[in-house]
Design a protein around this ligand. Structure first.
Ligand code: R5P
Length: 300
């Protein structure tokens, strides 16, 4: 029987453990007065020779979450787990996935390598930002797309819907949702007038005139990307804008920025340990999709 450890920063992880039919092994977590973290497996004798799922997330408090995953790995290895798999719906640092400016690190690759060297045999994540690292870390990194579930949650409110990615890099998740529901999809292309220098954005092919648009993205952080895309689409005649994103970090005034840009509703997956309670924000529980991928993985 598979067993699971669920960290305190991700209570929704218990739904995943239930979906996998895993026995949950409790852990004790605390922070010392100087800020250092402590963790202990409550029943260490149940670890030996077992496959353990470590179900956690990495927002908020990305750095502490990473450290907790590392010290937990040490405890699991010392107690002779057969293997341990990280089930981490939001893997932080994924956006620094290449050297954008000389002298920068590739932080996303650093995080993946650290977790691998700590002993995690596989990592199961949701809507990982970086396509390039997904292929570099294949099959170690198992990525689950959930954009179809997010769009389905608003389908009954939509009129002549079209799904749009805010840029080409986000196209795959827009395509995934659109194809599984049977909708049109496209992405926004940035172009610059060579004479005036003015930058403009437009869908590559599909017209949004008179249609409801669902913008599909992986992360909403400051809300800037979504706000800009929404304004452009409304100017181009879109009827209404909805937003579906996997990881709603919603930093600072992100929600009001998005709403001020004319967005009707924001649909987010429950990948994080924090939620924004607001009548126009809806969370979709993606635990059963994660559980079914994990079940297949451990049976393979
Ligand atoms: C960018 O490549 C990502 O996919 C998101 O679009 C971006 O991280 C969102 O950030 P913000 O909400 O701050 O614009």
């Amino acid at each position: 029987m598979v067993k699971a450890v669920v960290t305190g920063n991700y209570p929704d992880g218990f739904n995943i453990a239930r979906g996998v039919n895993a026995e949950v092994i409790g852990i004790t977590e605390k922070v010392f007065p100087d800020g250092e973290q402590y963790v202990r497996l409550d029943e260490p004798d149940k670890i030996r020779n077992s496959t353990i799922l470590v179900i956690s997330t990495m927002y908020p408090m990305q750095d502490q979450s990473l450290l907790k995953l590392l010290i937990l790995a040490d405890a699991l290895a010392r107690n002779q787990a057969r293997e341990f798999i990280g089930v981490i719906p939001y893997l932080a640092y994924s956006r620094q996935d290449k050297v954008f400016m000389p002298g920068e690190p590739v932080s996303a690759s650093t995080v993946l390598r650290i977790l691998k060297s700590a002993g995690y045999s596989r990592l199961v994540v949701v809507d990982f930002h970086s396509n390039s690292l997904l292929s570099d870390f294949k099959p170690y990194l198992v990525n689950i797309l959930v954009s179809d579930l997010l769009v389905k949650a608003v389908m009954d409110k939509l009129d002549k819907p079209v799904i749009l990615a805010p840029d080409k890099g986000a196209l795959e998740r827009a395509r995934f949702a659109a194809e599984s529901i049977g909708l049109d999809y496209d992405y926004l292309v940035k172009s610059r007038d060579r004479v005036t220098g003015v930058v403009s954005y437009a869908p590559r092919e599909v017209s949004v005139e008179g249609r409801d648009v669902v913008i599909v993205d992986d992360i909403i952080s400051t809300g800037g990307t979504i706000a800009e895309a929404s304004r452009i689409l409304l100017k181009q005649g879109a009827r209404r804008i909805f937003v579906a994103a996997s990881h709603g970090l919603m930093i600072g005034n992100a929600l009001s920025r998005i709403m001020d840009a004319g967005v009707q509703r924001v649909i987010l997956a429950n990948t994080l340990g924090a939620r924004l309670e607001h009548p126009l924000v809806e969370y979709v529980d993606i635990s059963s999709r994660i559980a079914s991928v994990v079940r297949e993985l451990i049976q393979a």
